[in-house]
Design a protein around this ligand. Sequence first.
Ligand code: NAP
Ligand code: MG
Length: 402
Amino acid sequence: MAKIQMTTPLVEMDGDEMTRVIWKMIKDILITPYVDLKTEYYDLGLEYRNETNDQVTIDSAEATKKYGVAVKCATITPNAARMTEYDLKEMWKSPNGTIRAILDGTVFRTPILVNGIVPYIPSWTKPITIARHAYGDIYKNVEMQVPAGGKAELVYTDKDGNETRETIHEFKNSGIIQGVHNRDESIGSFARACFNYALDLKQDIWFATKDTISKKYDHRFKDIFNDIYETEYKEKFEAAGIEYFYTLIDDAVARVIRSNGGYIWACKNYDGDVMSDMVATAYGSLAMMTSVLVSPDGVYEYEAAHGTVQRHYYKYLKGEETSTNSVATIFAWSGALRKRGELDKLPELVKYADALEKATIKTIEDGVMTGDLYSMSKLENKTKVNSEDFLKAIDERLKVML
Ligand code: NAP
Ligand code: MG
């Protein structure tokens, strides 16, 4: 079989530890035998980030803007322990944070469902995608702990020096205060990323805040979503047969639990932080969660939701066998290749991406899986395999499909 040709390179962001090991295996076993892979390669491994003073992360994000589609391996976000482990010049920022800021993107997380692994909420037969706003609110807060006998005020000084004031609280006793903000522009970008992604997936989108209590702050989110929907998306949604649905956050939570899945749930920053962990856990495994960063101007960066699986990497370094689940990383590649295929009008590449995902799911449904899934799967006949044999088992099925 002739290899499938690509016309535009994918931006490839390599990463760290066990996921870096798996990254190469996926390419060698499942991709390059079938696709004449064109990538522009950026090494986001911590050593090279340190060597380039993190410039490589910025360059990779700029390249993503230029080409439109990237695939990213999990990377270490340095902490104190990593400073010594890697002899770092600085505690470099989270690459995901840097890339997200440059692309002004929204992160969408979707679980991969397979037969034999039943969600903790068994009625969730279809995936729920969480979209989390990635700017502001308590993540950019200013807080104070204050002594008794004072007054806290909210003061806005406009460009001419005029002040608008609101009393927050008169403190008879000691207490705490917090200031949070968001920007109309960022909320608008979030709304557009959500509506575009809903059109992409042809799925309904839900959005919820607490606007009955937060009559200005949360209400502003609701209004901006509504205005953008009415003026820019309503007709497209009607043509696609999908719906935009707004409700209160507590009502949304109740509806989500009762639902069968199959929609996107847009969340404010904090709600998204909390709800994405709840949803991921309920569906079973972080190793089965895909993640895609979508910018308001339609740039896509695909990755797995999990980290670098450090514990497995240390075993690997000692020459011990590992059984690391590569599914989310495979789906990052298939997602990016499919998007490239759609943008460049390469139906063979789209077909390949579909087959790669089907072969991966079929492998697990045939009972061949890594340790994490083995302990959860309800299948009667199942075998636990190591990291590499899992990929080879997928390839056996992929060969037949292609
Ligand atoms: P992690 O790498 O996601 O792993 C946490 C645990 O979850 C693992 O020890 C493993 O459990 C299980 N696990 C996760 N992915 C798995 C997979 N593919 N196959 C099998 N088991 C899997 O999170 P972490 O240990 O908190 O973080 C490690 C490093 O990753 C950190 O340096 C962090 O900065 C980085 N990180 C990066 C990203 C990103 O780039 N997007 C995201 C999160 C964290 P067992 O050990 O029990 O088998
Ligand atoms: Mg969290």
